[in-house]
Design a protein around this ligand. Sequence first.
Ligand code: EPZ
Length: 420
Amino acid sequence: MEYIVINGQNPLNGNVNISGAKNAAVAILPASIASGGVCEIDNLPQIEDVMSMISAMQSMGIICDFKDEHTLVVDARNITSHVLDEKLAKNMRASYYFMGALLGRYKQAEVPLPGGCDLGSRPIDYHLKGFAALGATCIQEHGVVKLYAEKLKGANIYLDCPSVGATINIMMAAVFAEGITLIENAAKEPHIVDTANFLNKLGAKIGGAGTATIRITGVPSLGGGEYTVLPDPIEAGTYMIAAAITGGDVTVENIIPKHMDSVTSKLKEMGCLVTEGDDWITVRGAKDLRSCEVKTAFYPGFPTDLQPQMATLLCKAQGTSTITENVFEQRFRYIGEIKRLGAQIKVEGRMAVTKGSCVFTGAEVSATDLRAGAALVIAGLCARGETVIGNVGHLDRGYERFEEKFRSLGADIKRIKRDD
Ligand code: EPZ
């Protein structure tokens, strides 16, 4: 078993390069199934979810070859199957994107229900309603979603909530649908724009991505093309919060500062000095962090994927703070582990309340999901003594070479193997 071992209280200082966005990469890769040519996708992060996605694609006969560490050449012209293997599907949540990609291109798909972080029920009813509106027959049996359509016709689809996955999945299914498809109350996250930009590069006709109404005009086919995945706002936010909690001075590079506005605003409210340029942000932590209220929301609100990391920072602030989780029904499972490190925080429904002024002390803890793992690393970085984090696989799903990156900023952090 692998563990991360951190000896805390080193302030983080220096520059860190942010990798390509996980949630854009795991959408753009299956979206390449729509291409009638060869695609070259650059700035892919070297993370487990990307490798799982590539294995799933290769299992369907899609040729995927790395040109260099972050650039993949994809050729889906001779795909041999529209059925996704159950084991591969369970590795991650994003396996649901094969539904829209295969339905769009081949008018059929057999995709097991997805895996991913345990954040509550996480249904996919909005996805299936969208596919049905386009003319697909959806059958769910034995944990597998089977989709079939004689043809797909454009439709007006209204999402009950701006679901990221449903927005992207329906967009992929609609690329070849006859006529116009409108997705209303669509999610606006940057990786939705990135996926739309990628498909448009191949010849799709998608307008309005990043707004609440996305308009897709069906086209007969798509060509090949090259695309560079956008930088990961969640990875960037994680390092910004780590700088704040260790009282350090860190510049996150190769980012789009606009995507970080909600995080920048909160760190400034807490007393951090935050400056930004064209493609970088510098965070200088404050000695006495001010308490504040954080409410997660769909983009451009405060991202739910930074909720655990921010809750950890708020534990260090002076006075009582609250963090409200408005996106997922159950995203406080990590609280038990953070309390083992000394956090004084309690959950009341969708809100966590922290007394603040916490002095974290190192202990043995275990990551319950990807972003919970990031929160434990952040707590360990400022804890007195040694913190040992188990279930490191969660972190490897979404953070490229994170212990190397943190070590380059001055953290005393390493990965060990233990028999147990
Ligand atoms: C995506 O998950 C991300 N995952 C999540 O990131 C992220 O937290 C989430 O969007 C919100 O930004 C990927 O992109 C692979 P949703 P997704 O559909 O698509 C409910 C990470 O750490 N809902 O926007 O599953 C759902 O239960 C991960 O990188 C339905 O009810 O999120 C949730 O409460 C964690 N029915 C809310 O909508 C549906 O059909 C938002 O979910 C779909 C969603």
